[in-house]
Design a protein around this ligand. Structure first.
Ligand SMILES: O=C(O)CCC(=O)C(=O)O
Ligand SMILES: [Fe+2]
Length: 345
């Protein structure tokens, strides 16, 4: 991305620009998952997770059981890939018909992000099984660096195990059967995004990722020690930094969990800030259900006193509408779950 100049396309509207000082002591709870692995104290752990989901929609997990070597191998491969010359990365550049691979021109709410990414799906959908116009999840693996694909596949498998454990804790925290969500992920549309945020000459004007909510069920983020992830704190609508914690992952809820929980939990707004000195790397694992899933509030969480707040929507249709608007860069906000909210009187 060395050819970048601070083009107007990157400039955020004044109200969305990062302030010079971000609140550092974020208060996002750090939760040790080892009781779950030991099979002891799971109820207390679920209560902790529930409190974090209600207050922040964000938590930082340690004691998660993901081997440090798996993370180290993926990080090394990620750095080596982004260090390649632009034309070699462009060999696996995303195309409209198949949106996985390398991309350096991502936009969030029509403002360009100061980053380059590489996306892959741990579970590919075979191209011939996908009808015209549907979500295509076909990987474009680069030939270099050596071992890239293997490192990423290993990382994807480790994240899936962690994602199911987190879902179990979230289900328990809502007084649901521990495996209540598992069935939605049989033909999952999960994808992994490697992010590289180069140093930016104007970190006061641009963002690595503009403010947004994740549209899937759950996101597990690995971030290096540079820092830049900000969450909008509910209590005062201030942006606060989610400080890097060694050997941890940052977990945030997505829109689908908000709908499933019938608004007991909310999908938090967040963004990635950049800085002028250091490049930053992160890896997002976006745990998403099958395309044929109809997303709606779970029946156990709907009652006369707490009626369903959303109309059902189809995951595949949702992504296709979004993808279309991202490519066309329509001058309107793209599809949001708020569009499925029922008007309750
Ligand atoms: O890199 C980060 O800190 C956040 C990235 C993010 O929010 C996203 O890719 O959805
Ligand atoms: Fe995000």
């Amino acid at each position: 991305m060395g050819s970048f100049t601070m083009d107007e396309a990157f400039v955020q509207a004044p109200e969305h620009r990062p302030k010079a000082t971000v609140v550092k002591a974020s208060g996002v709870p750090v939760i040790d998952l080892s009781p779950l692995l030991a099979g002891d104290g799971v109820d207390a752990l679920a209560a902790e997770v529930g409190a974090a989901c209600r207050e922040w929609g964000f938590l930082v997990v340690v004691g998660h059981g993901v081997p440090a070597e798996t993370v180290a191998r993926a990080s090394e491969a990620q750095r080596a890939f982004f260090a390649l010359p632009a034309e070699r990365k462009a060999a696996v550049r995303r195309v409209e018909a198949s949106p996985l691979g390398y991309y350096e021109a991502e936009h969030t709410k029509n403002v360009r992000d100061w980053k380059e990414v590489f996306d892959f799906a741990p579970h590919e959908l075979p191209p011939d099984a996908v009808a015209d116009g549907e979500l295509v999840l076909v990987n474009r693996w680069p030939d270099e660096p050596p071992g890239f694909r293997e490192a990423m596949e290993e990382y994807g498998r480790a994240m899936e195990q962690l994602a199911f454990k987190l879902l179990e804790l979230i289900a328990r925290s809502l007084n649901l059967r521990p495996d209540r969500f598992h069935g939605f992920f049989k033909d999952q549309t999960t994808f992994v995004r490697l992010n590289h945020y180069p140093p930016c000459p104007n970190p006061d004007l641009a963002l690595g990722v503009g403010r947004h909510k994740d549209s899937g069920a759950l996101t597990i983020l690995y971030q290096d020690d540079v820092g830049g992830l900000d969450v909008l704190r509910r209590s005062d609508s201030d942006w606060v930094r989610v400080n890097p914690v060694p050997n941890s992952f940052v977990v945030n809820l997505g829109d689908i969990t908000q709908v499933w929980s019938n608004d007991r939990y909310e999908s938090p707004e967040h963004r990635a800030s950049v800085n002028s000195e250091k490049e930053r790397f992160s890896v997002g694992y976006f745990f998403n259900p099958a395309t044929d899933t109809m997303v709606e509030p779970l029946e156990e969480l709907v009652s006369e006193e707490s009626p369903a707040r959303y109309n059902a929507y189809n995951v595949g249709d949702f992504y296709n509408t979004r993808k279309h608007s991202n490519f066309k860069k329509l001058d309107v906000e793209n599809l949001q779950i708020a569009h499925f909210r029922k008007s309750l009187v």
